[in-house]
Structures are given as structure tokens and as C-alpha cells.
Design a protein around this ligand. Structure first.
Ligand code: FNR
Length: 394
């Protein structure tokens, strides 16, 4: 399907289309955050709170968006963040998103909790693909996944450190998300009407094999079942010392630590061997009440930005948001919901549309800012709110 057929001017339009196509339980899983969703809202608000300081009368016909991340050139300074269970949003969702990212010349990150085999996802993309790691199922299970990712040609390992337990996503509880994957017919029955209310999604879901398992978490020779995920997450907290055996299994390719919000953690990550850090609060899905990522970014850049690449995710919905993050020191950003809405709306074509919305928004923003290249962006192009913490240099 051509991306031109996805009628969306902005990411909010893609969100509305996804909401129309997906059952409530699936849409809310994608859209929601933890507890009061304070951090979820703050991530977006932080972008709105930063003001541009443009330079007039500067002609930039074709602003340069090329970035270098982990020493490798990419066409766009944003990639796709790991989003678990993308296969619930659209048939073969992880493959579709990876393909769209590759076509756009950027990175796709496959979650440990993806629904497609990691080899298929790598094969679907013509670009770089990263593998995100949870220590689900213990060390041996994790080592086997790392080995598969290495052999399949993944170019970086993303270790998420903010998921000691799953955050409480209250919308999921209310919608009966757990009951629906419980394999207990009586519990499931209560929540089935919301699936029947979205016949187009239901037909796609059944055509794709129904309730997916996790083919990259292989426990006792079998892919982990949905119903076992929460318990497996409980026992899979990453601690800094784990980075040593993860490095040993992964070899010399880059390791990215995702889920850093302070200078202290950023330094710990680098000391533990990280080649990049992602300033991330998991899109407001884990500890509610932490800072917006854009607000935390300058502190992390000041602490480790001279040693490793600092990326950011959380709340990016527009090309101008990407520009603001780059002005405040991010080397690139990752987007989660922005592409997930597109996937839920229209599969790969929707992801392509999401990427195009962000790309064209960046081009326009740079032209209006009077900045010819993302490499020239710096803090002089923005004004941050006076009550934000001032970055303290290491
Ligand atoms: C996520 N995120 C995530 N992160 C991760 O490390 N492993 C995972 O499996 C998932 N799964 C996941 C599912 C869904 C539905 C969402 C929305 C997010 C977090 C993700 O990688 C990223 O940090 C946030 O999505 C960034 O915020 P935005 O862009 O969604 O606002």
C-alpha cells in the first residue's frame, strides 16, 4: 500500500486512525502510561515548553538530515524504538516496521518481546537493526538470544535498565489485558466484545495466527507464552554487573544502555561499558513522576556526551521535536508511539507515513530556523524554561 493513501497530516491523525482500527485493549496498551500518566504527559509538554530562536534571511534549500550514530552514517537523525508486541497492532508488525525503517535509511530496534522471529525482522530491513534486551528467562535463555542476534547481523544491543518490574498501566488492568491472555476461557469471555467491535483488526489478527508468542525468548525449547511474561519480567532485573557477561556474549559490537535519566546513571553506564546511552523513561510507562526526558537530556550530555553518543526518546511527535532534542545535545532520537500509531493505523504504510511526517517536519523546521544542517544545531537555537535544571558539567 502506498504511503500516500494514509490520510494523516500529523502523528495525532495517525493516533486517531489507530484508535479507530484497534480494539480498546490494544490501543490503550500502545497509548497509555503508568499510574497517573504524569510523566507520559510531561514528555510531550517539555517539547512544547522549549522555544526556538530562529535566524532570519538564511536560505537553506535542502537541509542536511544525515546523522552519525555509533560511528555509522544514517539518513535521518531518528530511529524506531523497541516496541513490544507490535505484531498485535498489525500482522507481522515487527517485520513491517523494520522494512519501513530500512527503506527510509534509518534504524529499527526489535524488542525482546517482539512477535516475529528476530531473523525474519533482520531480513525484512535493508538498513541497520538493533536488538533490545530484557533478561527474560534467565542468563542461558538471554545468551541464546544474544547469539542469535549476533549471527543474524544485528548491529547493536540495547540493554533496557528501567524495567526492574513492569509499571502499573492502569488502562491495561481496566481493559482486562491480563484476562485476555490468560488462556482461561471464562475470564477471557468478559472482554471479548471489545475485540468483536473491531472486525477488520480481528480478521487481520486471526489471519496472522491469533495470540502471538515470543519467538525470541525460547525457554525449554519453546517460545515464551504471553501469559508468562509478567512473571518472567519480575525475575529479570538488569544490574550494572550484568553488562560484563552481556558484553562477553555480544562481543565487540556496540552496547546501548536505554533508560538513563541522571548524570550518575549515565556515568555508571559508560563505566560498565556502554557505547551509547538513551535518555528515556520508557515513554512514561515505568516509574511515573520522573522528569520529562528533554528536561533530563542536558544533564546527561554534560556528564558523558564527550565520551559516548547520547540519544533520547519520549514524547517525540513532530519533526520540530527532533530538532529541539538535537539542539539540546542529543545525537539522534528514537520514536516509539509515533511509529506504533502508524503501524496500528495501516501497517508498514502507516509507519512510512509516520517517518515522512517527522522527516518533512524536520526539513521545514530547519528551513524556518535558518539552519542548513543538523550538524550545525546547538543550544543557541533554543530557549529552555527558566525553571529547568541547569546542566552541571562532569
Ligand atoms: C515500549 N517501550 C519499550 N521499551 C523497551 O525497551 N522494550 C520494550 O519491549 C518496549 N515496549 C514498548 C511497548 C509500547 C507499546 C510502547 C509505547 C513503548 C518503550 C519505547 O522503547 C520508548 O522508550 C518509548 O516508546 C518512547 O516514548 P514515545 O516515543 O512512545 O513517547
Amino acid at each position: 500500500m502506498a504511503s500516500a493513501r494514509v490520510q494523516a497530516i500529523n502523528v495525532a491523525d495517525l493516533r486517531a486512525l489507530a484508535k479507530r482500527r484497534l480494539p480498546r485493549v490494544i490501543f490503550d496498551y500502545m497509548d497509555g502510561g503508568a499510574d497517573e500518566e504524569v510523566t507520559l504527559r510531561e514528555n510531550e509538554k517539555a517539547f512544547a515548553a522549549v522555544r526556538f530562536r530562529p535566524r532570519g534571511a538564511v536560505a537553506c534549500e535542502a537541509p542536511d538530515l544525515h546523522a552519525t550514530v555509533l560511528g555509522v552514517p544514517i539518513d535521518l537523525p531518528f530511529g524506531l524504538a523497541p516496541v513490544g508486541s507490535s505484531r498485535l497492532f498489525y500482522p507481522r508488525g515487527e517485520c513491517a516496521a523494520a522494512e519501513a525503517a530500512g527503506k527510509a535509511g534509518t534504524i529499527y530496534t526489535l524488542s525482546t518481546l517482539g512477535g516475529c522471529p528476530l531473523e525474519d525482522v533482520k531480513g525484512a530491513s535493508t538498513g541497520r537493526v538493533w536488538y533490545q534486551l530484557y533478561l527474560m528467562g534467565g542468563r542461558d535463555v538471554t545468551r541464546a538470544a544474544i547469539e542469535r542476534a549476533r549471527l543474524a547481523g544485528y548491529s547493536a544491543l540495547v540493554v533496557t535498565v528501567d524495567t526492574a518490574v513492569a509499571g502499573l498501566r492502569e488502562r491495561d488492568v481496566r481493559n482486562g489485558a491480563k484476562d485476555l491472555v490468560s488462556r482461561r476461557p471464562l475470564q477471557m469471555l468478559r472482554h471479548l466484545p471489545q475485540l468483536m467491535a473491531r472486525p477488520r483488526w480481528l480478521a487481520d489478527f486471526l489471519r496472522d495466527g491469533g495470540l502471538m508468542q515470543f519467538p525470541n525468548v525460547v525457554v525449554n525449547g519453546a517460545p515464551m507464552a504471553y501469559a508468562d511474561v509478567e512473571a518472567a519480567l519480575q525475575g529479570s532485573t538488569v544490574v550494572w554487573n550484568d553488562l560484563a557477561w552481556i558484553r562477553e556474549s555480544w562481543g565487540s559490537l556496540p552496547i546501548v544502555v536505554k533508560g538513563v535519566l541522571t548524570a550518575e546513571d549515565a556515568r555508571r553506564a559508560v563505566e560498565a561499558g556502554a557505547n551509547a546511552v538513551v535518555v528515556s523513561n520508557h515513554g512514561g510507562r515505568q516509574l511515573d513522576g520522573v522528569s520529562a526526558t528533554l528536561r533530563a537530556l542536558p544533564e546527561v550530555v554534560a556528564a558523558v556526551g564527550d565520551r559516548v553518543d547520547v540519544l533520547l526518546d519520549g514524547g517525540v511527535r513532530r519533526g520540530s521535536d527532533v530538532v529541539k532534542a538535537l539542539c539540546l545535545g542529543a545525537r539522534a532520537v528514537l520514536v516509539g508511539r509515533a511509529f506504533a500509531y502508524g503501524l496500528g493505523a495501516a501497517g508498514g504504510a502507516g509507519v512510512t507515513r509516520a517517518i515522512e511526517i517527522l522527516r518533512s517536519g524536520m526539513v521545514r523546521t530547519l528551513q524556518l530556523l535558518g539552519c542548513p544542517s543538523i550538524s550545525a544545531l546547538d543550544v543557541s537555537y533554543v530557549e529552555t524554561p527558566p525553571d529547568w535544571p541547569q546542566a552541571v558539567s562532569s
